[in-house]
Design a protein around this ligand. Structure first.
Ligand SMILES: Cc1ncc(COP(=O)(O)O)c(C=O)c1O
Length: 417
């Protein structure tokens, strides 16, 4: 999480209850709300993620809302929307779903644990669940036929060919895929290559007569969600920095200019910084869920996961976007990337002291992974760990001197004990 923020100017708003209950684009239902700011924030992300504008409103126009929780809520909402879209006959007027079987979720082994939790809460089987239940020992991508928890990765990013093989297996049995791609995995910060995934996937879907949306029909038989908790905010600014020649690093495209991307989520407290968890969910107008209920009591369509939604999230994110220009964000992204490369380089020198010391970074990731140090060093630098590795994430508040302090500590003779 970025700690580089200052929202002190907004302190007076702590004395009022701001509630954005309901759909951001419907008639206002609460007297005190920040819906107008929420719409401005969504319009900003519509541009950042290269979506179609809402004026004029067309099926491809962006639709979304600001989350009451962080990316976990957005992931939950994406899977819920995907399940309804693939199950429901008349989600989009005039177009019928041709789906024969239950949808099945695919996410990589590097995905955040919220994906398994959300799939379980929504009762959507993952390919591991369905494989173990109906096709034990038949996994096409493992040598022993066992179903893995996630799709195999290559250097932290999902392997498009393995993913396509898995989708092929289940498409053959009539199951439409819900695919989660990462724009910045939790531990390695790796970016899945959406265009490469689509290149491998599209022929598989077509072979099984699953509609791909490329034939002009307004309906398709798959859903691709991008979990960009950190990376969906950082990567577009890095791309701007690359265009401005501030950095040589850049990542793969993941945004709505790719017609097969259905939804994107980001956590606002990660890249922008916020005093509490919050985030942005965005899809396209044609994927906006039809509410189950039409509560007369609140006089707004019930199209979000929460009931009441705190209005401070919109205010805070609007303030961040209004006070820090895209060019400043691009400069920050370039500085963070450069510092992550510096941390990687400095940490590599530790192997002079400890020959078994490992360091990894997958550019343009802001995460640098290295051999887990002694518990007191781990705690002192608030590191996070996975197995034998620890990591740092170079967020906007991280300084060169903080990295130097860590490197010094790791040079001590018993640092890895
Ligand atoms: C890739 C990814 N997805 C989802 C999440 C969950 O985000 P939140 O804690 O904002 O719900 C995280 C958190 O670290 C993450 O890294």
């Amino acid at each position: 999480m970025s700690q580089a923020f200052d929202y002190a100017a907004l302190a007076p708003f702590l004395s009022v209850h701001l509630n954005n209950l309901g759909d951001p684009y419907a008639a206002e239902s609460t007297l005190l709300n920040t819906r107008a700011l929420e719409q401005e924030v969504l319009a900003y992300f519509g541009k950042l993620w290269r979506s179609t504008d809402r004026k004029p409103l067309v099926p491809e126009s962006f639709w979304g809302y600001l989350l009451g929780m962080g990316a976990t809520e957005g992931n939950m909402y994406a899977l819920w929307s995907a399940r309804e879209y693939l199950r429901t006959q008349d989600f989009t007027e005039g177009a019928k779903s041709s789906v024969r079987e239950e949808p099945v979720v695919f996410y990589s082994e590097a995905s955040h644990y919220s994906m398994a939790k959300c799939a379980s809460a929504l009762g959507i089987p993952t390919f591991e669940d369905l494989g173990n239940g109906l096709y034990p020992g038949q996994c096409p991508v493992t040598s022993d036929g066992r179903w893995p928890h996630g799709v195999p990765t290559d250097n932290g990013a999902v392997d498009p060919e393995r993913l396509a093989e898995l989708v092929d297996f289940f498409a053959d049995k009539g199951h439409p895929p819900i695919i989660v791609l990462n724009a910045g995995t939790t531990f390695a910060g790796s970016f899945d290559d959406s265009p490469a995934v689509w290149q491998a996937l599209c022929p598989v879907l077509e072979r099984h007569s699953f509609r791909t949306g490329t034939d002009g029909a307004n309906r398709q038989d798959f859903w691709i969600h991008v979990d960009g908790a950190l990376g969906a905010a950082y990567l577009p600014y890095l791309e701007m920095a690359h265009t401005q020649k501030l950095t040589s690093e850049r990542g793969p495209r993941f945004d709505f200019s790719l017609p097969y991307i259905c939804s994107i989520v980001t956590s606002s407290h990660k890249w922008y910084g916020a005093p509490f968890a919050s985030g942005v969910y965005m899809s396209r107008e044609k994927y906006r869920m039809r509410p189950e209920t039409h509560p007369e009591y609140v006089s707004t369509p019930d199209t979000t996961l929460c009931g009441s939604r705190n209005g401070l999230s919109a205010l805070i994110l609007w303030y961040a976007l209004a006070t820090i220009s895209p060019d400043e964000q691009a400069a920050t992204a370039a500085r963070c990337t450069e510092l992550a490369a510096y941390a990687h380089h400095q940490l590599q020198s530790i192997s002079e002291w400890h020959p078994s010391f490992q360091v990894h970074r997958a550019p343009p990731s802001l995460a640098v992974r290295f051999t887990r140090p002694r518990p007191d060093i781990f705690d002192r630098f608030h590191l996070s760990g996975e197995g034998k590795l620890a990591h740092i994430v170079v967020m906007p508040h991280v300084t060169r001197s903080a990295i130097d302090l860590l490197v010094d500590a790791l040079r001590s003779t018993d640092a890895l004990a």
